[in-house]
Design a protein around this ligand. Structure first.
Ligand SMILES: Nc1nc2c(ncn2[C@@H]2O[C@H](COP(=O)(O)OP(=O)(O)OP(=O)(O)O)[C@@H](O)[C@H]2O)c(=O)[nH]1
Ligand SMILES: [Mg+2]
Length: 515
């Protein structure tokens, strides 16, 4: 009998009704097929990722805030911009428009929090939002009730109103109750980092598998959050029941709707899991075909926007989409290429990583990430120009550990070396002494990297000497492509070779084997 409380008029004010109906629409929208979304992207470029050019022209005036207030809610430089374009963009799940970012940092972590907030700005812009301002609050721990302190939430409300924002994005994953409590104070929509990342993924997913994976992750995120909306809805419903007469128990219409939504979501999730599982056999067949031919595989992994796709293009002229946006690549592209001595190997581009990658996404993309775990060599691309490459490297290694790729041979590549000076290179070399420096833009270091990759490739396991008749020339080409030729000489009866080859090729060479 939780709903026999007397109606609380303040719980059914206009703001809350608006938020709640938006929330229940959300269920319908997320459940609607991904295909129905429009493809146009209005705000394509992630301005916050560009440096000098855009950072520093912040024209939002700090003057309206007195010194004390500015000290308490710290503005992150470079995130304040003037409102330029208010074009509305309708997205599948969210409509991100004019946003203010909020983060919390504890003693000594200011720099990290600023980097994180800048990255959140890049994420928000990639998702299609215009970032108007970003502020940080220092406190030992996030407030369990409202994330930032209650008083700071009031200040934030003032900032939001002053810059005309309609959404606040918190640099964390908010508990459902925190989100609601913050909305109650600030009076605009509050979302979190996880929602933004899920939204970008849903905009960028192209393949059926990718779309299914993202949708599953979104529903997983949504499911526990229905309760929050459900509670306030049934409060309203309870209000009506209470006003109409006897307390009719807990089955208000709002609650029934929530139950229904939950059931629909669970059903959909089960369908998606089945669908995703359905992709597995084909993926595994492809993988085991590569294994049988012992074509070594190299996975290009790394933080989002590090330049993975650019590097793949440079190494293979693959023509993969390169964008100054986060998560431009969601589907892995696999390209064949050759070593200098003619051995074939594959290079795979992969989805980028980001700090606090929602665990739902790691789960949903497990099969894609397992491609990385299955590689013979991981080329771990790091943006040399990033302010905090060490933590990017750590983030990537954490996720790789999660999917069982910890023990795979890793080559650290500092990309964008054209953007950094020698001092920075020294520091980076101190961080990762064996790293290779390249620029996918200028081509600098690419040849060296190719050599390092080739040296890291596993050799086929069987060593063989054979005299291959001249009419079996195709076997010699196969040794070239798949094996590793140590010596070759032309004899009377054919070509005498000494090579490392795969089991399959060894079987084909068996009749010509010499001691
Ligand atoms: N100056 C410079 N810019 C680079 C270099 N390599 C890549 N970029 C730029 O960095 C941005 C990101 O490159 P991408 O190749 O899309 O990065 P990615 O790692 O594939 O990113 P996601 O797929 O979004 O995770 C683009 O704007 C590239 O033009 C480089 O060596 N030098
Ligand atoms: Mg990419």
């Amino acid at each position: 009998m939780t709903d026999t409380t007397t109606p609380d008029p303040s719980s059914a004010n206009d703001d809350e009704v608006v938020i709640d109906s938006a929330a229940s629409d959300l269920v319908d929208r997320v459940l609607a097929r991904a295909e129905s979304r429009t493809g146009a992207r209005v705000f394509g470029t992630a301005q916050a990722l560009q440096d000098a050019g855009t950072i520093g022209d912040g024209s939002a005036d700090g003057e309206q805030w007195d010194r004390e207030e500015r000290a308490s809610l710290r503005r992150v430089p470079g995130l304040s911009t003037e409102l330029e374009d208010v074009t509305e963009v309708e997205y599948r799940q969210l409509r991100l428009e004019n946003v203010v970012l909020i983060g919390v940092y504890s003693q000594g972590s200011l720099e990290d929090a600023e980097n994180s907030l800048r990255e959140l700005a890049a994420l928000a812009e990639t998702a299609g939002a215009v970032v108007l301002d970003g502020v940080l609050q220092r406190r030992p721990h996030p407030d369990p009730a409202t994330y930032i302190g209650r008083g700071k939430a009031d200040e934030l409300k003032g900032i939001v109103a002053a810059v005309g924002a309609d959404t606040v994005i918190a640099d964390t994953e908010l508990a459902p109750s925190q989100r609601r409590a913050l909305e109650d104070v600030i009076k605009v929509k509050v979302i979190d980092r996880t929602t933004v990342i899920l939204d970008i993924f849903s905009q960028h997913a192209k393949s059926r598998e990718g779309k299914a994976q993202v949708e599953l992750a979104q529903l997983e995120y949504l499911l526990p959050r229905l309760r929050g909306w459900g509670e306030s809805m049934s409060r309203q419903a309870g209000g009506q029941v209470g006003a109409g007469g006897a307390g009719m128990g807990s089955r208000g219409p709002g609650e029934t709707k929530i139950e229904l939504d939950r059931r629909r979501i669970r059903t959909k999730m089960a369908q998606l899991r089945k669908q995703i599982a359905g992709f597995k056999p084909a993926r595994e067949a492809k993988r085991s075909e590569r294994k049988r031919n012992t074509i070594p595989s190299v996975a290009i992994a790394g933080y989002t926007n590090a330049g993975k796709s650019s590097l793949l293009n440079k190494l293979t002229s693959a023509g993969v989409l390169v964008e100054n946006a986060l998560f431009a690549t969601l589907d892995s592209t696999v390209r064949r290429t050759e070593t200098a001595d003619g051995r074939t190997y594959t290079l795979a581009d992969t989805v980028g990583f980001v700090r606090n990658l929602p665990h739902q996404l790691v789960e949903a993309f497990r099969s894609t990430l397992e491609e990385v775990a299955d590689a013979d060599v991981i080329v771990h691309v790091v943006d040399a120009h990033h302010p905090d490459p060490a933590s990017q490297i750590q983030t990537v290694r954490d996720v790789m550990g999660d999917v069982g790729a910890r023990d795979i041979r890793e080559i650290i590549v500092f990309n964008k070396s054209d953007l950094v000076d020698d001092d920075t290179k020294m520091v980076l070399r101190g961080l990762e002494p064996k790293a290779v420096f390249v620029s996918s833009r200028t081509g600098e270091g690419i040849e060296e990297l190719r050599d390092v990759i080739e040296a890291a490739l596993p050799l086929p396991e069987i060593e063989i000497r054979a005299l291959v008749p001249y009419d079996r020339g195709e076997l010699i080409s196969q040794i070239h492509e798949q094996g590793h030729l140590l010596t070759r000489s032309h004899e009377e009866g054919g070509t005498l070779i000494h090579a490392h080859v795969s089991e399959r090729l060894a079987a084909a060479l068996e009749p010509y084997k010499v001691a």
